[in-house]
Write a protein that binds this ligand. Sequence first.
Ligand code: AMP
Length: 623
Amino acid sequence: MTYKTIIEDDIDILVAGAGLGGTGAAFEARYWGKDKKIVIAEKANIDRSGAVAQGLYAINCYMGTRWGENNPEDHVRYARMDLMGMVREDLAFDMARHVDSSVHMFEDWGLPLMKNPKTGSYMREGRWQIMIHGESYKPIVAEAAKKSADKVFNRVCVTHLLMDDSKENRVAGAVGFNVRTGNYHVFKSKTVICGAGGASNIFKPRSVGEGAGRVWYAPWSSGSAYGLMIEAGAKMTQMENRIVLARFKDGYGPVGAYFLHLKTYTQNGVGEEYESKWFPALTEMVGKEYLDTEGQHLSHKPIPTCLRNHAFISEVNAGRGPIHMVTMEAFQDPHLEEIGWHNFLGMTVGQAVLWASTDVDPKYENPELTTSEPYVMGSHATGCGAWCSGPEDISPPEYYWGYNRMTTVEGLFGAGDAVGGTPHAFSSGSFTEGRLAAKAACKYIDDGKGEGIVVSDKQIADLKEKIYKPLETYRVYSNEVVGGSVNPNFINPKQGLDRLQKLMDEYCGGFGVNYMTNEKLLQIGLKKLKTLEEDMEKIAASDIHELLRAWELNHRVRTSESVFQHTLFRKETRWPGYYYRGDAMKLDDKNWHVLTVSHRDRKTGEYTMEKAPLYHLEDENKG
Ligand code: AMP
């Protein structure tokens, strides 16, 4: 069967992936580019896509400068501390100084934010977090983006970026296919803002069988932001910095509202406080700057997220699990009990359903917590993503090449999980990053930087052949099945995903090995990944839905390769609790107080790794 080719030409700004980052980009692009052609391509439906699709109960990044609560510098210091020093502080500051205005717009657009009846200020869950009734957060924000764009293509999975045939290293748009009709979509564009999201389901998840779709981060987040940008030759940073979350067991319900607002706390299996006993040894591993064992006041001086995980993991390994969240005290207060349930009904309904269906009432039983499988992303307490230019007014020369949030590929910008070194952006910060990227993209176009782009018919035809090849492989070989789904001529996307998850888990530090890896394991893992990649030439898709799975797997594999390369490069354990390099168990500030930057050659697939200097805001502002 042949599928129609639909070409959308003369686009100024293509938003590839419209979660919070992409919606922010489309919205702001219209402000700075009144007459520009703005097009959105979204794999799902913009009303319910991305990590915020099922709602949120808090906005985790709000300064409250208007209320005299915090200023952006405070937030940069907080993110720096939480990430054991590793933050692109120019980008983090830039996001923080603009984020409040995004939140105020969300309120204008109808998002119900909880307010302190006395002061009128937003109700705080923690120092940075405000509380919302956010089940419909995404549809509300999506409406603004839909009104801003000339066209929204829902159900179009972007598989590749187009490159300019007339100028090296310049983006020229993107291609993909409609996951319902199968049509081939070509978007020729002067700029692309990539907001295609981070990655779940790269590491083997704890959930198995029919529960496999239940993970913490969006299960459909297939690392496409990374897969697309790496394939286009964009440099990446901090890809080793995967994140592990402490979560309510099996439902993956978040803990922030419980810890910060309900003031619940954790205990080991025999009802003891356990965190503090791991701190002396941990201080030995990471040094005093990163773990002040005196200052444990959670909302003002939080222990870095990874270090809290470390205590959790160590206590369970010592045989004193499971770790419980002590809810039985807080839930005696009917108001807090209501908030506890609302929290999950608003953002993780699966957790509430799981408790109800397994007879767990947090008022009478302290629920179990667990540590999740690792995720590769850049907007929660982790900073994976592309190496992007910072803003002109504060970035040091090494961090600045003309256009805010532009990757090292000309005309290719990032937002949300796509931008590296910018943790603790969360939903509001991702939207804000999209806005900043779009403003810069408009300037790039106005400066004439997107002129004269050529996309050859050959490039378009070659990509079409490549994209649909799994369907062809299936057509040719499907009747050679030898049993069940076993076929000597191909693998299906699920078989490929199982292989990827197993090798990431065992060799790259998943939950199955207590997040432990070392150089030898990483080398073996990379070898196995290479074989998987060879076999992916023979991936088969029985229908358009499997074709989607095949391309998602492709992006996940490319992301995983980058994670391997980065983890191999950083010879230290910078984030105990996220992962451990067994052959370099200490944090090594002397050699590794740097950001890691990788480049994959588009033609040869070879990686080169470098260390980039880590500048702290105060250093820059000294003069
Ligand atoms: P979560 O609900 O776990 O995704 O976290 C929501 C927010 O609360 C994020 O800003 C986290 O960094 C923060 N957070 C979660 N747990 C804690 C804690 N125990 N101490 C301080 N901050 C926390």
